[in-house]
Design a protein around this ligand. Structure first.
Ligand code: GLN
Length: 199
């Protein structure tokens, strides 16, 4: 049976994530309302603008149901702004959003001259070549607690990490043809017994 994986559909690179997830065999459901969470075995939080996405989560009544499900163990994959949404702490005084992952993030880490760039990143837990990572006004993790496993760093900055059922990347794996991170997440979902109940 294929897994039902949600993609948060309020802003950002939604369709690219949906395409990648389908290509690794998932049944994709776009999530905008609390009831869309029903029956999901995992969810992807795409990149975009974290402040806007945080506000829209509240507007659509998704904020608490989503946070509660992640806290209950629903596998989640946050990319770029999605990683910022997961972080318990944001450098510079911004209020955290879902605050479920024990990391501190810096929202704009690579400077204006490097607003967007691609780099090959060596990833732990991943076979084959380094990962082609696209960074767009990317954040990074400045501090990860011991329960967080660092999966990749660039220039000494943490750009991919995992804590239990939570996976986060500072870059956009949905913008290249490399499916390994989406496959990795679908395997996380496959080994988890979580299925989201009715909201
Ligand atoms: N820096 C952006 C933010 O703060 C994230 C950029 C992205 O998702 N590409 O939300």
């Amino acid at each position: 049976m294929s897994q039902r994986i949600g993609v948060l559909n309020v802003q950002g690179a939604v369709s690219e994530h949906a395409t990648h997830l389908r290509r690794v065999g998932a049944e994709v459901h776009l999530v905008r309302r609390p009831e869309d969470l029903t029956g999901l075995a995992g969810i992807v939080l795409p990149g975009g603008e974290s402040t806007t996405i945080g506000k829209l989560l509240k507007k659509y009544g998704l904020f608490e149901p989503l946070r509660d499900r992640i806290a209950e163990g629903m596998p989640v994959f946050g990319t770029c702004a999605g990683m910022i949404l997961l972080a318990e702490r944001i450098l510079g005084g911004d209020d955290p959003h879902l605050a479920v992952m024990d990391v501190t993030v810096d929202r704009n880490s690579f400077g204006r001259q490097r607003e967007s760039f691609e780099a090959n990143v060596a990833m732990a837990d991943m076979e084959g070549d380094s990962f082609p990572a696209v960074f767009i006004r990317a954040p990074h993790i400045v501090d990860a607690k011991p329960s967080v496993r660092v999966l990749a760093e660039i220039d000494g900055k943490i750009v991919a990490a995992r804590q239990g059922q939570m996976l986060a990347t500072a870059f956009h794996p949905e913008l290249t043809d490399d499916l390994r991170l989406h496959r990795y997440f679908s395997e996380m979902v496959g080994t988890s017994s979580y299925v989201s109940a009715m909201s």
